[in-house]
Design a protein. Structure first.
Length: 178
């Protein structure tokens, strides 16, 4: 598809401008962004539970999801983007998503085990102080680590809920340098 090629070029252009950031301590963090692809109700429920944990710790949580063709947006609870929110040249047109990208989250957590062109585009433009991903990749495929400050490589048989617990465990260990 032509749009995917232009989207990849748009992402690569943004990625060239990326600079690694130094995360603040989790205790000082106030805002957390969650970014993921809608898949099924099990994933949806696990993420809702994770949001509750973060909010109970006093974090302000904002969510953006990618809705692939043929998938159901469960409850319409989260802001979402779809393929048609990108123009022919790969530029994001959705104002809600643009505001999400511009938000200077203390932590932005990408909760998918795989990468997609659409999510990579958002990660490449994100103003977050620390981007965290959980990536399970094919042995022959190298993950795009340039979009993250922290990556968790889950065991192949782990559930998403266990992956979320692992992310939470590790980000809580990040201490402030101040």
């Amino acid at each position: 598809m032509v749009i995917r090629k232009f989207l990849q070029l748009n992402t690569q252009s943004s990625a060239k401008k990326l600079t690694k950031k130094v995360p603040i301590g989790y205790d000082q963090a106030k805002s957390v962004g969650l970014l993921f692809t809608i898949e099924d109700l099990v994933k949806h429920k696990a993420i809702k539970k994770f949001i509750k944990v973060l909010e109970d710790e006093g974090k302000q949580v904002q969510v953006l999801t990618f809705l692939p063709k043929g998938k159901e947006n469960h409850e319409f609870l989260f802001d979402f983007i779809a393929e048609n929110d990108f123009n022919f040249w790969g530029k994001l047109l959705n104002r809600t998503a643009i505001r999400f990208i511009e938000n200077k989250f203390d932590f932005l957590l990408h909760l998918d085990r795989a990468q997609t062109d659409f999510i990579d585009n958002i990660l490449s433009k994100s103003q977050a102080k620390c981007r965290v991903g959980i990536l399970k990749t094919d042995r022959n495929e190298e993950p795009e680590i340039k979009y993250y400050e922290i990556i968790i490589h889950p065991d192949e048989n782990e559930t998403l809920e266990n992956n979320l617990n692992e992310i939470h465990h590790y980000i809580k260990k990040i201490l402030s340098n101040a």
